[in-house]
Design a protein around this ligand. Structure first.
Ligand SMILES: C[S@@+](CC[C@H](N)C(=O)[O-])C[C@H]1O[C@@H](n2cnc3c(N)ncnc32)[C@H](O)[C@@H]1O
Length: 348
């Protein structure tokens, strides 16, 4: 039975209406059903989207310069995708490498690529000393949709016919939505899972740093009056569009990340905010130009692809400005290299 029909059946079974977050969970992560749980190619030129580690090893080699400065000797990567970042970091760092991956299909791919160089863990460790990294993981978390209207705050859900149906918002969603000042009418997302996720990461950390890298904004930009249709975005074969019902289970659905919410949750859980910067600023601070300088400048065949990666990672019209790096942590004395200039933590 096609995935679309199976998701419709599931919505029917759950009463004919589900919150958008439940729809996103089914369409992305549900074992045997969702996009990340299925065999779809997903990453790279033949897939649906390209992440920074999928461009090549420039991102990972530059990030490694930052990670080398964090004591602990362990890396825990969350949502490692094809394993590309792990492969690069393992070449650059002498460390124990753990991966926590929710997709069984991707765990298999990671194992096939990286073998015994990595260890999969099902649960967060306790008293972890080292670095936790999540690159483009937070944007794949199911989000709730909220419709602020003249008649109150509504929760936007999905019918079994794949149509939007609004109902009055209740509980924690209403509480969070009520704290956000927007002009009405206004539709946007709230990620109710992001805060408990960040708190659980901070609790798992004995000492070290957590890096969340993703596209997103601080809260005042996220819920900007002009962003009145939210940030929901789908990716299919390198085309971005805004219709999450186009190919349920067969394409990526994402929402931008509210970095203020993550920073606040980390503070509440007892961590410090160590830095917040655009990806471009972070990579420049980490010495991306030195890494580029290691390439063979005389050999255009070697240099051109690396220069193209740098352009994608740094350009304000590509990943340089929209992508941010947030670092939070515990027990670190020295400031982090990646935030030595242009640290925007005050804007969170
Ligand atoms: C967009 S992909 C990014 C993959 C990789 N980090 C990269 O940059 O290429 C999202 C990844 O996060 C995983 N994932 C989603 N939610 C997760 C969660 N709560 N914990 C761990 N992994 C998760 C997905 O299965 C997938 O591997």
């Amino acid at each position: 039975m096609p995935t679309r029909q199976r998701i419709a059946q599931e919505i029917e079974r759950e009463g004919g209406w589900v919150p958008f977050a439940r729809y996103m969970q089914l369409a992305l992560h549900e074992p045997g059903l969702g996009y990340y749980a299925s065999g779809a190619r997903k990453f790279g030129p033949q897939g649906d989207f390209v992440t920074a580690p999928e461009l090549g090893d420039l991102f990972g080699r530059t990030l490694a310069r930052q990670l080398a400065g964090v004591p602990g000797g362990r890396v825990l990567e969350l949502g490692a995708g094809s394993g590309a970042l792990a492969e690069t970091l393992l070449k650059a760092l002498d460390c124990e490498y753990l991966i926590l991956e929710t997709s069984a299909e991707l765990r298999e791919r990671q194992q096939a690529r990286l073998g015994n160089k990595i260890t999969h863990t099902e649960n967060l460790p306790t008293d972890f000393r080292g670095v936790i990294i999540a690159n483009e993981v937070a944007d794949a978390m199911p989000v709730h949709l909220v419709h602020w209207t003249a008649n109150g705050i509504l929760e936007r859900g999905v019918s079994a016919q794949f149509q939007w149906v609004d109902k009055p918002a209740t509980g924690p969603l209403l509480e969070h939505a009520g704290e956000i000042q927007v002009p009405i009418p206004y539709v946007s997302e709230i990620n109710l899972l992001a805060r408990p996720w960040m708190r659980s990461l901070v609790h798992a950390l004995g000492s070290g740093a957590i890096f969340v890298i993703d596209y997103g904004f601080p809260r005042h930009e996220y819920y900007h009056p002009q962003r009145s249709a939210g940030t929901l975005m789908c990716h299919y074969r390198h085309q971005a569009h805004a219709d999450p019902f186009a190919r349920p289970g067969e394409e990526d659905i994402t929402a931008h990340v509210d970095f203020s919410a993550l920073a606040q949750a980390a503070l509440e859980a007892g961590a410090e905010v160590l830095g917040y910067a655009t990806q471009a600023q972070f990579l420049v601070n980490c010495g991306i130009t030195d890494v580029l300088g290691e390439a063979n400048l005389e050999n255009a065949l070697h240099y051109a692809p690396i220069a193209a990666q740098a352009q994608k990672l740094l350009s304000p019209s590509e990943m340089g400005e929209l992508f941010k790096v947030l670092a939070v942590g515990k027990g670190l004395d020295a400031p982090l290299l990646g935030f030595s200039s242009g640290n925007r933590a005050h804007t969170l």
